[in-house]
Design a protein around this ligand. Sequence first.
Ligand SMILES: [Mn+2]
Length: 494
Amino acid sequence: MASAMPMISGNKPASAAEGISKPPQGLKPLHFELLSARLKSCPDKLQEVLRRLLVFLCLPLLACWLLSSAAWAQEREPLEVYQTRRAALQEKLDEGLFILFGNEESAGSEAYFRFRQESNFYYLTGYDGPGAVLVLAPPVARPSSTSTVSTHPREILFLPRRDPQQEQWTGPKLDPANPSTAALTGFGVTKETEALESELRRYAQTYRTVYTLLANPHGSEIEQALAKERISQLRAIFPSADIRDARRELARLRQVKSETELNLIRRAVDCTEDGLQAAAKEVKAGLFEYEIAALIKYTFERKGCLWPSFDPIVASGPRSTILHYNRNTARMESGDLIVMDVGAEYSRYAADITRTLPVNGRFTPRQREIYEIVLGAQKAAIQAIRPGVKFSELQRIAYNYINSHGKDSKGDRLGKYFTHGLSHHVGLDVHDAAELGAELQPNMVITVEPGIYLPDENFGVRIEDMVLVTKSGGLMLTEKLPREVEEVEGWMEW
Ligand SMILES: [Mn+2]
């Protein structure tokens, strides 16, 4: 998926992005009915003892079930990994208190859409439930005489009190009051969010700096309004503290991927490649764009990538010049090009790949000419990837290549038709968190996606691959898919 021309750092709005987490409905009531039926055959006192034992045993089991990856087609990293990330963040934030709000769930019968955790929250906790708040309280060198903060736990996960009515709609949640919850989530302490304000007021006596996420200028209006509301609440609790944005420090951590993160990204890449392979064999005149989009999404899900990382862009003919066209409602015609810009998500990690094909299996000479310029620009940029290089340098290389090859219908240079950013990071978000203007480092995963869009010729071409930055260069993660003209035409003949 193409990114805006000025490279943005930060997250794609949660509303547009996707994740995994819906407990299978009905499991809990069924189990409880069966067990209660058996209990009814026991004498009263024994019944009560057994009932208590059952509750005592069931809660940890329920919690295990909620958190176990085996039950979910979702992998999670070992809890120590998240602890290490929190420790790394604390180090960067010096003596500041860190407060991070997770995403909320829609209420009751209005919960039509699945819950997706805020990506920074997920990165730091692996916790995929709604309404949680993370507080990191580093030791302070100069505690004030009235403060007891130095003896407070350094990490607290606040979770909402269990709500049986809400759970009827969206399934069971962990209980912050249950001692096993702390161990299951990898925290020393879990508390009820109802106690958050009073806890923060105690911290206000000690901390002069509070880090949180300030409103993301690239977020949706609703997200921005919610963030501003929370900031004003924090200002009321911490009237004399300096409230700062932690986004940059989080981005610095998130932009460099661990081996386990790379494995999850590779799984998302596999699903995406398979989706495009399936699509390439089916593309033909007369089919609708949505039929191809459906095949791609079906392939993702069959391969265990339960959600796309963004709505598939399947754009044929003149629509291929619209960067984020995702209506996918038109019929493909012979002679059209089709741009398929799609990504699957695996265990929260995204992929993002684009291929451009001729609907009838053969490029026209003009389409081929433009395609080869885009490919040449992409190869030149990928060649230049190595630690220390900046996005702006890769962008310049791709732009210069496009601007020095070929002409438009009026004989002008083509640079002005490359209208978006060349690269973005990929990870928990499809446009992943990254520090603005940072140099490339080993274990970053980026896209390289030049494009030329010619509305007056009714076609656009974009080619997008994902590249892992290594110590010495760039490693294509999406090499399985054809890119050369002959390969693409042959691909469609299978
Ligand atoms: Mn992209």
